[in-house]
Design a protein around this ligand. Structure first.
Ligand SMILES: *Cc1c(COP(=O)(O)O)cnc(C)c1O
Length: 380
């Protein structure tokens, strides 16, 4: 067995399953490297089918997918959009830029939006709810879908962290009017950079395609535009990589769960840590990352523990920083005086440890050993 005692462990190490090289090489051999190539449509069709969606619109990244989703649904001036405060800034970018008003919701102990708090935040101006599945479990979608139906609201599902996950048996990426994915290298399948919008309505899909491609209008003279879009196209090279990865999505999800369960076994009883549960009401933990929270008794914040882990050559990432505490929004006069206690707590007490698909069991064991040593050092 290899000696891992001096090895450094980055927070993410992507895994290639074997056929990606050949698929990418084929793009070069055939000359199809731009977004015009056949792999883009193939990748869109295959991931849409996997998510029980009629349409997939591949794009440049997960942030671009969210921009397109918000714009395609026509959300803008005077509209209110519900979303969690605990999320990545990608979720809120186009809501704010497009002139809608973001209305924030606190998290529950699963790190997802506490859906029981949504109803009280609805006003006649509310137009949409953006759900963001975060780290381990899907958002509890049933009450969200019921509320949206009752109040005539649009639902956007950010499924970037839950590719291959289900919610009450239904695939993540299949909920609501429109779903988005990211294929950044730490996601369950990667295209380097990349994303996708998924939906069922053919007109909405057409709008997304148009927004992705600078709002070129096939019915108009070329280079004449009625509205503004983006160049958010995905290349054939990226889509080819994605096709190779998609064949192994089930294996990726299985492996993530193995890594997560192994960490939980190895870290059981580790002083000061709250470990993620393996199951919740709706689903099994997908362990997109292995996120832990410091117990209130620990005399340190995540920042200090992460510093000590860095000294032990263990890569970590802090949890998201809440939207209501972002300097950029406070400077804009948004979210003044708002407080969301759960999000504020987990942002300060939570972090995740190396969770990449390329980790071996020996490496997971070594990381867990170092995490335990750091935690014992803190409490001792
Ligand atoms: C990764 C991620 C994004 C952003 O995707 P990019 O491809 O990095 O732009 C958006 N939402 C969630 C929940 C993510 O995890």
């Amino acid at each position: 067995m290899a000696d891992l005692s001096s090895q450094a462990f980055p927070v993410n190490t992507p895994k290639f399953w074997g056929n990606e090289k050949e698929l990418v090489a084929k793009c070069i051999e055939t000359g199809w490297i731009s977004s015009e190539g056949p792999a883009v449509k193939d990748f869109e069709g295959k991931l849409a089918a996997r998510c029980q969606r009629r349409h997939g619109i591949a794009c440049a990244n997960g942030t671009a997918a969210l921009d397109i989703a918000v714009q395609a649904l026509g959300l803008g001036q005077g509209d209110e959009v519900i979303l969690p405060t605990f999320c990545i800034i990608s979720c809120i970018n186009q809501i704010v830029r497009g002139g809608s008003t973001p209305v924030l919701i606190d998290s529950d102990d699963t790190f997802n939006m506490d859906v029981s708090q949504i109803a009280a935040k609805l006003t006649p101006k509310t137009k949409a709810i953006l759900c963001v599945h975060t780290y381990h479990f899907p958002v509890d979608m049933a009450p969200v879908m019921a509320l949206a139906k009752e109040r005539g609201l649009k639902v956007i599902e950010d499924a970037a962290e839950m590719i291959g996950q289900t919610c009450a048996g239904k695939p993540c990426g299949s909920f609501g009017d429109i779903s988005t994915m990211s294929f950044y290298p730490n996601k369950h399948i990667t295209t380097g950079e990349g994303g996708m919008v998924l939906c069922d309505d053919p007109e909405l899909a057409e709008r997304c395609r148009k927004l992705r491609n600078l709002c070129f209008d096939p019915k108009k003279r070329r280079f004449v535009h009625e509205e503004l879009g983006w160049n958010y196209r995905m290349t054939n090279l990226q889509a080819a990589l994605g096709l190779g990865q998609l064949e192994f999505l089930d294996a990726a999800v299985l492996r993530k769960r193995e890594i997560g369960q192994l960490y939980s076994n190895l870290l059981k009883g580790c002083p000061g840590l709250v470990l993620p549960p393996d199951l919740n009401k709706n689903e099994k933990n997908i362990y997109w990352v292995y996120g832990v929270e410091l117990q209130p008794s620990v005399p340190a914040d995540a920042e200090e523990v992460m510093r000590r882990l860095a000294d032990a050559k263990v890569g970590t990432r802090p949890f998201f920083w809440p939207m209501h505490e972002q300097p950029v929004f406070l400077q804009m006069g948004l979210f003044k005086g708002l407080s969301f206690p759960v999000a504020e707590r987990i942002a300060r007490k939570g972090f995740y440890i190396p969770s990449g698909l390329a980790l071996t069991n020996e490496e997971v064991t070594e990381v867990a050993r170092r995490v335990r040593a750091v935690m014992e050092g803190l409490s001792g």
